[in-house]
Write a protein that binds this ligand. Structure first.
Ligand SMILES: NC(=O)c1ccc[n+]([C@@H]2O[C@H](COP(=O)([O-])OP(=O)(O)OC[C@H]3O[C@@H](n4cnc5c(N)ncnc54)[C@H](OP(=O)(O)O)[C@@H]3O)[C@@H](O)[C@H]2O)c1
Length: 229
């Protein structure tokens, strides 16, 4: 059975895709920010293993993983975790920039670096959950959009570098999706949150699983998903 390393499995899109993969008998290794969260994730997703690594602190991921048993086989690495903090460029502090760039860009780069040897052996798949903000930046979304534009660049470079090694690379660009992150965005925008207006995380999970399951003669490079209503 394929083994997937997944970030962001605790809620929203990551929880939906993790459930989907475990239900069909695949193996999942879930990255949790700390040991307490790892215990919660193991309870939320019975049968999954966990790895502790705080994506807010990518400089420490290598050290953290050196003290844990890493999966021997990795067929796919699903970068789903993400953070957002809205604000105009005139107001955003370096702390807000570092927070978003670390979790949304530097940590996925470092996690990919650390797992590439296993991914190459398996001729595996690296999938990045990006965002519409990774393709176009709006007012108040500068730091988040910059992190996601960077994530697009990371995916595009990695795809070219790893093609010869048989590693496939996909970016998924969802529009607004009903999740705790979207509830927070509405709060920051001062708008009322109605989850029924936005994409169901299950639908984004379907696009992710479709990209993973495509036969090896083809590679989904980019997938844009927007609310259907
Ligand atoms: N919701 C949207 O409208 C939307 C639209 C486009 C793109 N996206 C992208 O979709 C992805 C999933 O978002 P979502 O909507 O499902 O959000 P979510 O429900 O807020 O989930 C975010 C996940 O990221 C994890 N995470 C955050 N910081 C972390 C850290 N320092 N270390 C480890 N894990 C960390 C969270 O872990 P905890 O559970 O421990 O907090 C959580 O599981 C993100 O990359 C987001 O940018 C979302």
């Amino acid at each position: 059975m394929p083994t997937h390393v997944i970030t962001g499995a605790g809620s929203g899109i990551g929880a939906a895709v993790t459930r989907r993969l475990l239900e069909r008998g695949d193996e999942a290794v879930l990255v949790a920010r700390d040991a307490a969260r790892a215990k919660e994730l193991a309870e939320l997703h019975p049968g999954a293993r966990t790895l502790v690594g705080d994506l807010a602190n990518p400089d420490r991921l290598s050290w953290a993983f050196a003290h844990q048993t890493m999966p021997e086989r990795v067929d796919s690495l699903l970068h789903v975790a993400g953070v957002v903090e809205l604000g105009a460029v005139g107001d955003l502090t370096p702390k807000a920039w570092h927070f978003q760039l670390n979790a949304n860009l530097v940590a996925p780069a470092e996690l990919t670096r650390l797992l590439l040897p296993q991914l190459r052996v398996a001729q595996g798949h690296v999938l990045f959950v990006n965002s519409g903000a990774g393709l176009a930046a709006s007012a108040e979304w500068g730091a988040y959009a910059a992190s996601k534009h960077g994530l697009k660049a990371l995916a595009d470079s990695l795809r070219q570098e790893e093609h010869a090694n048989g590693v496939r690379v996909t970016s998924v660009y969802p529009g607004r999706t009903a999740s705790p992150m979207q509830a927070k965005v509405h709060q920051q925008e001062g708008k009322e949150y109605d989850p029924s207006r936005w994409i169901d995380p299950e639908s984004v999970a379907t696009t992710i699983v479709t990209a993973l399951d495509l036969p090896r003669d083809a590679e989904v490079t980019d997938l844009r998903v927007r609310p259907g209503r």
